[in-house]
Design a protein around this ligand. Structure first.
Ligand SMILES: *Cc1c(COP(=O)(O)O)cnc(C)c1O
Length: 480
């Protein structure tokens, strides 16, 4: 399997060529040349597999340049009950059941957040850690990952890369601006290859420093700087697996003559999670709807309702109680638009390079817009008040506490229920991560997994730096 760029570069590249890359050289995003198709016989064969073996079957369609035995060993090492809490890895929890649901529809939560950092990003990042270690070892190279985080991504990357051979992580975060819990998750790591750098500024300052360092191509090459941001294809690919796993669980107890479809509702920010659902659907997984939920930062809901994609400036990007979805542009969105446009790279480039860079927005044609329905996408927005109401309602009716992002997904899911179609809402974080808002909604603090109790009191390992690119470069050079 080779990969191409959404902006037209068709230089043949295999999975391991793009594994350690971010953007393609022409500024586009990598996608496989085609989506492998999965037929009914194959789905039937996969139904009984463990999560790790299912992951192997799916990944091996896209990863043809790593020996099968090595790939199998990596996924078996990654998707274990010890790391993800249950043998199902992403178990379903039923909320409404058709028998007593007024609309006759089953609604489920699919748990994706029982990994080490309590957010769905672990699902992909834990595999990435093993893939990076493997590929760097095979090449005899080392890599220094530089990133900026306001919360979930940084901790997921650090827990995935801690103790790995050949990899160092340098993670910038805004000093004193993360929740005490998020800060403790990262700063309590004592591994020598993990470097927490608290910047005396805001998240945008951290991100600007990362960009400035990456733009110094000579420094980047000499210091072997890499990233693990959400445009990485391997992360997206790892996420495809749980759509299959959710489908198998939701349809296991049913006997239907015709293949049954399910829908997924996905709390979205950078369009990474739901883009994996799009890939699963393109492969032939019977997904009826992909329900995209945004918070008040509704860049994507606006597109799916109107056909206009308009990126926002920082002044227009709201700080919300589902902070991991506070985005001004959706970095993975170009992948879907490329498919929507019939994989026309010239048109994709015109929209994302010329129009977005010059005018900050684009609008697809009426024909192109009409085509969206055939990809299953629908969307909606959820606000702070919706979030609190949904958390409260779910707690009262089912005794289940959900996090703020998952609440956005559930709120919008309920607007798109169809009789007889199971709806799976992806649970993107555990409530313990956003305890303040949960307490506001239901009056009690959410439970914390045992391993996370009292982490705020552990010794912390971090350095503080001013908003100064040179200071970060000097620190990097001295610690690699
Ligand atoms: C990252 C994140 C999201 C958004 O996911 P995307 O892939 O960026 O769309 C939603 N919820 C939580 C808790 C997250 O950490």
């Amino acid at each position: 399997m080779n990969y191409l760029s959404t902006r037209g570069d068709r230089t043949p590249r295999g999975f391991s060529d793009i594994l350690l890359e971010g953007l393609a050289p022409d500024g586009g995003l990598y996608l496989p040349e085609s989506y492998p198709k999965v037929d009914h016989a194959t789905l039937g064969r996969w139904r009984g597999l463990s999560y790790a073996d299912l992951a192997f079957e799916i990944l091996s369609l896209y990863i043809t340049d790593i020996p099968a035995d090595d790939l199998r060993a990596m996924v078996r090492k990654t998707y274990t009950p010890a790391i993800f809490g249950t043998s199902e890895i992403t178990p379903l929890k039923a909320l409404d059941r058709a028998a007593n649901a007024p609309d006759g529809t089953d609604v489920y939560l699919q748990a994706l957040s029982n990994g080490p950092t309590l957010a769905f990003k672990d699902m992909a990042m834990q595999l990435l850690g093993n893939l990076f270690e493997y590929e760097l070892g095979r090449r005899g190279e080392t890599l220094n990952i530089l990133g900026a985080t306001s919360g979930d991504t940084g901790s997921a990357a650090e827990y995935a890369m801690r103790g790995k051979q050949g990899v160092n992580v340098f993670m910038l975060s805004p000093n004193g601006r993360m929740s005490p819990f998020q800060q403790a998750q990262m700063f309590s790591l004592q591994d020598a290859n993990i470097h927490n750098i608290a910047i005396d500024g805001v998240f945008d300052d951290c991100q600007d420093i990362v960009k400035a360092v990456s733009n110094d191509l000579e420094f980047k090459r000499r210091c072997r700087i890499g990233t693990v941001n959400s445009i990485n294809w391997a992360r997206l690919l790892a996420q495809v697996v749980y759509y299959f796993a959710g489908y198998f669980q939701a349809t296991s107890a049913r006997v239907h003559a015709t293949p049954e479809q399910v829908s997924f509702a996905v709390p979205s920010g950078n369009f990474g999670n739901i883009c994996a659902g799009h890939v699963a659907r393109m492969m032939g997984l019977p997904i009826r709807r992909l329900v995209l939920a945004t918070n008040e930062n509704n860049v994507l809901d606006e597109f799916f309702r109107t056909g206009t994609y308009r990126v926002r400036g920082s002044a227009e990007t709201h700080e919300t109680s589902s902070p991991s979805m506070d985005i001004s542009k959706a970095s993975n969105f170009e992948r879907f638009v490329f498919d929507l446009l019939g994989r026309d790279a010239a048109r994709t480039k015109q929209l994302f390079k010329t129009e977005v860079e010059q005018h900050g927005s684009f609008t697809v044609s009426a024909d192109e817009f009409a085509h969206i329905a055939s990809f299953g996408f629908v969307s909606g927005t959820s606000t702070h008040a919706d979030r609190l109401a949904t958390i409260r309602d779910t707690y009262r009716r089912f005794g289940v506490v959900i996090d703020t992002h998952t609440a956005d997904g559930l709120k919008v899911a309920r607007e798109h229920l169809e009789p007889g179609e199971p709806m799976l809402v992806l649970e993107t974080a555990l409530p313990a991560k956003f305890a303040e808002t949960i307490a506001l909604a239901i009056g009690v603090q959410p439970d914390r997994p045992a391993a996370m109790r009292g982490i705020e009191d552990l010794p912390k390992r971090f350095v503080v730096m001013p908003v100064d690119t040179q200071a970060v470069k000097t620190y990097l050079s001295a610690n690699i």
